[in-house]
Design a binder for this molecule. Structure first.
Ligand code: NDP
Length: 444
């Protein structure tokens, strides 16, 4: 059995009932096969792959909190410190009822390669809880966040592990967590990113993942002789990534015609009204039915269906495994020529393969959505030097980073004989830097 196959079997055996983690490992290892097989004995001797698929540390803890009626609840919480070869652990905190250890491990594993691709000194980590902030009062969310940080603070710090937002963790949650960290540890430091601007946040961090997705997509199109201007785009999700992807796509001259949430989706052939979408989602925290009710050109549909709309470009920006094989077939049949992932692993492996086999330009999330964590690293730099950069300064660094990421993965794909395979390119480019650092640091 080849080394790659051996390690994948070991991962499945040692991490039972974690299908998302298996999926993420399989996708990366398949891409790395050409690299590993060139130097298999050296990698095997150092157990390099076993070390990279095994987190350095996994923290599991309970979070008790009291609701507005005096009832006590207990949630499960996680922080997986996956790999610190190239810098302090860095990755978001997801608050969603679907969160379990396997989901956090898949996200933490992806984060290693994503963070490496940014070119910045950040290692991979991820965390979260099965707490659902939806429908909770501000006081309940604060109670949860304070209890969560009362335990988590023991394991994080500005130079060791710097969490950030993710699904369900926005500016409000980061604020409550930061306040509790400062209170317990008595230090004012950049221990979290995605902070508010009045207490150490970075301009353009809110916009960064969505904007970065579009900067990279624009570069990918340009390098393939295409232009984003005038194109029709479908987007899924209506959270942080989706909203700012929508905004930047429109600024670049494209028309975005869909958004979705976990209960339904909107088709707006006139183009999504971003100001209205922000009002509904960021201010009122309401459902998309409110968007459709306020806009005559918009249709609301229950369930899922974004990928059935005719488009040139598709940007999945909601969650993992939301673009399935049948969706990929519908996109290809409707003439879609580019897919870039705003969310983490939104496209299943068979759907990805179908898109690639049918000539669709496909950029995986670990490259396409890396603008968020890259700007978080810029927030860390600003905190360390106790300065704040202007929006334009951060945005222009973000643009450079995204363009560089695209060229790195494009070059890696070409070097290993897989031109145009940006999944392989991203995994290989991300892996090589981490592997080199791990080798240099010895068996740790
Ligand atoms: P938000 O919580 O702001 O938004 C998530 C959106 O996706 C909401 O519209 C939500 O709908 C929808 N959604 C969530 N879960 C599901 C589900 N199971 N089925 C259908 N729809 C769902 O999260 P973000 O925008 O921050 O994150 C979106 C994705 O991008 C995630 O995969 C995240 O890991 C990834 N990402 C985020 C980064 C960031 O900087 N924020 C950075 C890099 C990646 P509803 O409101 O109904 O739940």
């Amino acid at each position: 059995m080849s080394y790659v196959d051996e390690v994948y079997s070991m991962v499945v055996e040692k991490n039972p009932a974690q299908p998302e983690f298996h999926q993420a490992v399989k996708e990366v290892l398949e891409s790395l096969r050409v690299v590993i097989e060139k130097n298999e004995e050296a990698y095997r001797k150092d157990a390099l792959l076993e070390r990279i698929v095994t987190p350095e540390r996994q923290l599991l803890f309970r979070v008790p909190w009291v609701d507005d009626n005096g009832q006590v609840h207990v949630n499960n919480a996680f922080r997986v410190q996956f790999n610190s070869a190239i810098g302090p652990y860095k990755g978001g905190l997801r608050l969603h009822p679907s969160v379990n250890l396997g989901i956090i491990k898949f996200l933490g594993f992806e984060q290693i390669f994503k963070n490496s691709l940014t070119g910045l000194p950040i290692g991979g980590g991820k965390g979260g809880s099965d707490f659902d902030p939806k429908g909770k009062s501000d006081r309940e969310v604060m109670a949860f966040c304070q209890s969560f940080m009362t335990e988590l603070n023991k394991y994080i710090g500005a130079d060791t592990d710097v969490p950030a937002g993710d699904i369900g963790t926005g500016a409000r949650e980061i604020g409550y967590m930061f306040g509790q960290y400062k209170r317990i540890r008595g230090v004012y430091e950049g221990v979290l990113t995605g902070k508010g601007l009045s207490y150490g946040g970075s301009l353009a961090r809110t916009e960064a993942t969505g904007y970065g997705l579009l900067y990279l997509t624009e570069e990918m199109l340009k390098c393939n002789g295409k232009d984003i201007k005038g194109k029709t785009v479908v987007i899924s999700g209506s959270g942080n990534v989706a909203i700012y992807a929508c905004q930047k796509a429109q600024q670049l001259g494209a028309k975005v015609v869909t958004v979705s949430d976990s209960t339904g989706w909107v088709y707006d052939p006139e183009g999504i009204d971003v100001a209205l979408l922000k009002e509904v989602k960021e201010v009122k925290r309401a459902r998309l039915t409110e968007y459709a009710a306020a806009r005559s050109s918009a249709e609301y549909h229950e369930g899922r269906g974004v990928w059935t709309i005719k488009c040139d470009i598709a940007l999945p920006c909601a969650t993992q495994n939301e673009l399935l094989l049948d969706d990929a077939k519908a996109l290809v049949a409707n003439g879609c020529f580019a897919v870039a992932e705003g969310a983490n692993m939104p496209t299943t492996m068979d759907a990805t393969e179908y898109l690639q086999q049918n000539g669709v330009l496909f950029c995986p999330g670990k490259a396409a959505n890396a603008g968020g964590v890259a700007t978080s690293a810029l927030e860390m730099s600003q905190n360390s030097e106790r300065l704040s950069w202007t929006f334009e300064e951060v945005d222009s660094k973000l643009q450079n980073i995204m363009v560089n990421i695209f060229h790195n993965l494009d070059d890696a794909a070409k070097k290993y004989g897989m031109e145009g395979n940006y999944v392989a390119g991203a995994n290989i480019a991300g892996f090589l830097k981490v592997a080199e650092a791990m080798t240099a640091q010895g068996i740790v």
